[in-house]
Ligand binder design. Sequence first.
Ligand code: AMP
Ligand code: ZN
Ligand code: FE
Ligand code: FE
Length: 274
Amino acid sequence: MRLDLHIHTTASDGSLSPGAVLEAAGSGGLDVIAVADHDTAAGSREAIRLSAGPVPLHVVPAIELSSTWRGREIHVLGYFIDLESEALRVHEERSIHLRSERMREMVDRLGHAGVEVAFEDVLDVAGPERSTLGRPHLARVLVRDGHAADVADAFDRFIGDGQAAFVPTDLLEPPEAARVITAAGGIAVWAHPPPDLLDELLPPLMEAGLRGLEVYRPFTPPDNVRRLEEVTRRRGLLRSGGSDWHAPGRGGNAIGDFHVTAEEVAELLEAGGL
Ligand code: AMP
Ligand code: ZN
Ligand code: FE
Ligand code: FE
């Protein structure tokens, strides 16, 4: 069995619609996927609705919550969430609004740095299907308008964590993110945990209900994977994995280029009743 438990769609900052993701996952030989968009489950809802159709694929309900810790962005995945839960709806409503305000502020900051970008252009680039706005949308405008050579350059020079036009999401603190997911009936898993924050943040996150770590990702040095596996065993945590696919290029060129096996994530699937 081939699984990818971390894929983005046009509901947040991915380049493919939920329907196109399903098709690509089918062609890519995947059996199970999770659409985990930033602070919205709209893509997950749509993918699950469509998965009843001709592509025989299982879709795990999921989301990726944003939180901020000392000016850095910390992401917490929620798997097997109740897509109709009040806790989830409240977070989604709040995020759509606050991410939009935050985008206006980043656009303002760029202006102060002499880089003129129109907020409406960010909306255009994000497209009509988007539910939440994110930095990659802004990066694409910066590239299109010739202010940056490519998306990586836009992050490096303007909007990466700590850069001049970066504004933190400030939606939640990491433990609150784990609590929102738990309140929504989901399994909270720390996405791409930064190695230097593991020791400091794991205790408060676990106290708040965190149940796993994202261990398996593309382009991760084997030593890092082994270290994370070791941490999960020592602390009794579940293991997850996925490509974090947004667009061709990062996370592999096509959906399905990266996958995890049922053995690698067996305990997570079992905890979710799969
Ligand atoms: P946001 O949630 O709006 O802060 O945007 C976070 C997203 O920006 C991540 O999920 C990535 O898709 C993207 N991102 C963050 N840092 C970088 C970077 N240095 N280069 C390219 N993309 C990045
Ligand atoms: Zn993203
Ligand atoms: Fe993330
Ligand atoms: Fe992600």
